[in-house]
Unconditional design. Structure first.
Length: 415
């Protein structure tokens, strides 16, 4: 949206300056994110009462009526309408109405995924390419199927063309993103899959490395695993949501696997590629989670060979089955359990990181300098710190890991 506006004469300004036009691109994954979006809208209106405020994103998609009540909101558009931003903006400006214009289609009826191509990623050394959108899983805690619609894939040729353009613009790493990237191609009848997409990227003119976004545990068949561990241009890093380490809680969440399946999957990946970073998501304090359920989750996590852990305290999301389930867990207990899991996650990350001391890894250098150091990422998602005089932003260089510090791993350049 920023690229569309900048290409048509709009000048971006700092939010605090009080812009004439404000776009709030909302999240709705929790009730807390809804509240944050409302606060941003009210703040934008206070900074400039004459501002035209446009609200879009998932909150706008799911509950536009709630947003219509907020002061300053001129236009509310759904996720499918984002690509028509410029024409809708011109149309509503010419109307000159003080009423809120709301254009939100039924996203569950959407059949295609054709995101607008991005030409640049400001102040980033990595680029992000959406290959898929939507979800058909209907986990009991999640509103995403209603906010993003059914699972649908971007055509292979369009994905490859975007990646080649980004490579030509000197981006050395591309991250493939989506809601269910492992389900890529399942909405097509021609046999397209994530594996066939990766093979098409391999045959393309892109010379950088590719990282996969979050992928569901049920979407990693053996054939795909075989391919992932054999390709050096694919980052040795997978992020796989676990969500709970107890079978009863997984069933209540409407997750379609059990803990034995998940443990076998991680064991297989670790055996195939011990240096692979394995990141997990876990939700803490799901309704009905007893001390025993939590102990099962903690015990399973302690045994699993993962490197990164993202802990999400359960938040009631109105409109989901979990929001009205009995035996809601007290917030204080959720906070206490989340702290224990985060401590375990920090221990796992440090153990994984220290195993690379003395090893050589490829570092993608990020922009910005802090205390004389530049930050970057290894292929297996280690945060690396290098002397600012040894590397430049955007470089992909070979480095040797020298030590572990609180902020990451210190490295020295090899080539």
């Amino acid at each position: 949206m920023l690229e569309q506006l900048a290409g048509n004469g709009y000048q971006p300004v700092d939010f605090a300056a009080g812009a004439d036009l404000v776009i709030v691109n909302t999240c709705t994954v929790t009730a807390a994110t809804d509240s944050q979006s409302r606060k941003l809208i009210r703040r934008a209106q206070r900074l400039n009462p004459a501002a035209r405020i446009i609200v879009t994103g998932c909150y706008a998609q799911v509950n536009p009526a709630e947003l219509q009540k907020l002061p300053g909101v001129a236009l509310i558009i759904g996720n499918e309408e984002k690509k028509e931003l410029l024409s809708l903006l011109a149309q509503t400006q010419s109307q000159g109405s003080s009423e809120v214009t709301t254009l939100v289609s039924n996203i569950r009826a959407a059949e295609h995924c054709n995101p607008l191509d991005l030409q640049t990623f400001a102040q980033r050394s990595r680029a992000f390419v959406q290959i898929q959108n939507g979800c058909d899983a209907f986990c009991s805690y999640c509103i995403i199927p209603y906010a993003r619609g059914p699972s649908r894939s971007v055509p292979v040729a369009q994905v490859v063309a975007q990646i080649e353009r980004l490579g030509a613009a000197d981006y050395r790493e591309v991250v493939l993103t989506g809601i269910h990237i492992g389900g890529y191609g399942q909405d097509d009848a021609d046999g397209t899959s994530l594996l066939t997409l990766l093979q098409a990227i391999e045959a393309s003119d892109f010379g950088g490395r590719v990282r996969l976004g979050s992928i569901e545990p049920t979407e990693l068949p053996l054939e795909l695993r075989d391919y992932l561990v054999q390709q050096q241009w694919l980052c040795s890093h997978l992020h796989i949501p676990l969500q709970a380490g107890d079978d009863e809680i997984l069933r209540r969440m409407n997750r379609h696997y059990d803990t034995a399946f998940f443990a076998d999957l991680l064991a297989d990946l670790h055996l195939r590629q011990p240096a692979m970073a394995l990141g997990l998501d876990v939700i803490c304090g799901f309704p009905g989670e007893t001390d025993e359920h939590f102990s099962n989750t903690y015990r399973l996590l302690k045994q699993l060979p993962f490197s990164h852990l993202h802990v999400f305290p359960f938040s009631r999301r109105p409109g989901t089955p979990a929001a009205t389930m009995p035996d809601q867990v007290a917030p204080a207990l959720i906070k206490e359990r989340a702290a224990r899991l985060r401590t375990l996650g920090e221990e796992k990350l440090q153990q994984f990181s220290r195993s690379f001391i003395g090893s050589e890894v490829l570092m993608l250098v990020e922009g910005g300098v802090s205390k004389g150091l530049r930050k970057g990422l290894s292929e297996n998602y280690l945060t690396l710190l290098i002397d600012q005089h040894q590397a430049q932003a955007g470089e992909l260089c070979l480095v040797r890991v020298t030590d572990w510090v609180a902020d990451g791993m210190t490295v020295a350049r090899v080539n």
